[in-house]
Design a protein around this ligand. Structure first.
Ligand code: SAM
Length: 378
């Protein structure tokens, strides 16, 4: 498998890896049939990473249905196409093995969406990707996550687009996290944390870590979410796997306003003494805003002489689904913090593939995300 891949084929590869619905993928009709067939066989079906970390069977079923339909229709229309160019039997066999996933498992009920491995390809090299692209130099981040928006009473078992947006921002400005102690609030399945630890490991590989203990503390209120996050951080295919200083801990924002619990919260924040605080898609419930802001305020307090309060900073990526909730957060935040707004991307390009949230496009989803830099007022 050559590492050099046409950009339109790379789009299909990363779309498949990120379980993007095939109806959104673009099939390159201008590509000769045998090149497309070779790509689907070698880069998708026989890809050793996908064998180990496969998308859900239901997703694979919809992908291969789409791919086979295109291969069959182009094989009958392409000039010069020979009888020998038949679809490889392994593709049909794989598709047939997935047929049971095309229907609800119990008649009359909707089976819950399966959990799936999801892999994101990304590059820490700035600039427009070359065409063809060298996929061997790309980073990958893999997670097992839920196929449902909410499961077991939590939204934290899957990755939300705000995490991808903040990950892209931090990849573009990696000095924010590379050499730092980072605390993440509401970590969910762990995408952002895995990207942060990858950036720290890449920096370490270049011998450019100057502090003794860059690290990452991922926190969440839901135990199953923390368990999944731990599993994802430890996947051998992720660079986070070999990071010496990652932690997953229980932290409930509500404890910041609870007299009985605020002391243990403060002692945890003191122990972490984070220089950078992150949070993605953590503002969707107006009632939790005061507690969340208080946690951020406490986390940005100076706990040691080395870490001056002015240097401590939080980055929050918020998806605006409800303008009233967002302005409630912003107005309350402006009392305690100096806020700077950042663009998700300065050149309009989004480096991740992902399914859109709702009925619009991924571009619409990303357009609703706001990145706020927050520093404590003096
Ligand atoms: C929409 S999910 C976002 C997850 C992840 N940051 C992402 O963007 O993919 C919100 C996360 O906040 C967590 N959360 C909600 N309320 C919380 C609280 N009171 N304290 C700590 N975490 C909370 C949830 O468990 C969930 O993991």
């Amino acid at each position: 498998m050559s590492p050099s891949l046409r950009l339109d084929l790379f789009d299909i590869l990363r779309g498949y890896a990120a379980v993007v619905p095939p109806r959104i993928l673009h099939y390159p009709d201008d590509l000769p049939w045998d090149e497309m067939h070779h790509f689907l066989l070698d880069y998708i079906l026989l890809n050793s990473h996908f064998k180990k970390y496969p998308p859900s069977s239901a997703y694979q079923h919809s992908f291969w249905k789409w791919a086979i339909a295109h291969l069959e229709s182009t094989s009958s229309t392409e000039a010069g196409h020979s009888q020998d160019d038949e679809i490889d039997a392994r593709i049909y066999e794989h598709y047939t093995s997935l047929l049971q996933f095309s229907k609800p498992q119990v008649i009359g009920t909707l089976a819950p969406p399966q959990s799936s491995f999801v892999t994101h390809f990304w590059s820490n090299e700035l600039g427009t990707p070359a065409n063809p692209i060298d996929i061997s130099v790309l980073q990958t981040t893999t997670l097992r996550e839920s196929g449902a928006f909410t499961e077991n009473g939590t939204t934290g078992l899957r990755t939300w687009p705000a995490s991808l947006a903040l990950a892209q921002f931090l990849i573009m400005h990696s000095d924010i996290v590379c050499d730092r102690r980072v605390l993440e609030l509401g970590s969910g399945a762990g995408l952002l944390g895995i990207v942060v630890t990858t950036l720290q490991q890449l920096q370490r590989g270049k011998g450019m870590i100057t502090t003794e203990d860059p690290g990452l503390w991922m926190t969440d209120v839901h135990y199953e979410v923390l368990r999944l996050c731990r599993e994802n951080i430890a996947l051998p295919c992720n660079k986070s796997h070999s990071h010496p200083n990652t932690h997953q801990e229980y932290l409930d924002w509500a404890s910041a306003l609870d007299l009985g619990q605020s002391a243990s919260l403060t002692s945890f924040l003191q122990k972490v003494d984070a220089q950078v605080v992150l949070g993605a898609d953590v503002v969707y419930d107006p009632s939790i805003i005061p507690a969340l802001l208080e946690v951020i305020r406490l986390a940005l307090s100076a706990y040691s002489e080395q870490q001056q309060q002015q240097q401590k900073v939080a980055y929050m990526a918020l998806t605006v689904r409800n303008e009233a909730t967002f302005s409630l957060f912003l107005t309350a935040a402006e009392h305690a913090f100096v806020i700077r707004h950042h663009l998700v991307t300065s050149d309009g390009n989004f480096m991740f593939a992902a399914p859109p949230e709702g009925t619009g496009s991924l571009k619409d989803t990303i357009g609703r995300i706001r990145i706020l830099e927050m520093r404590k007022r003096e």
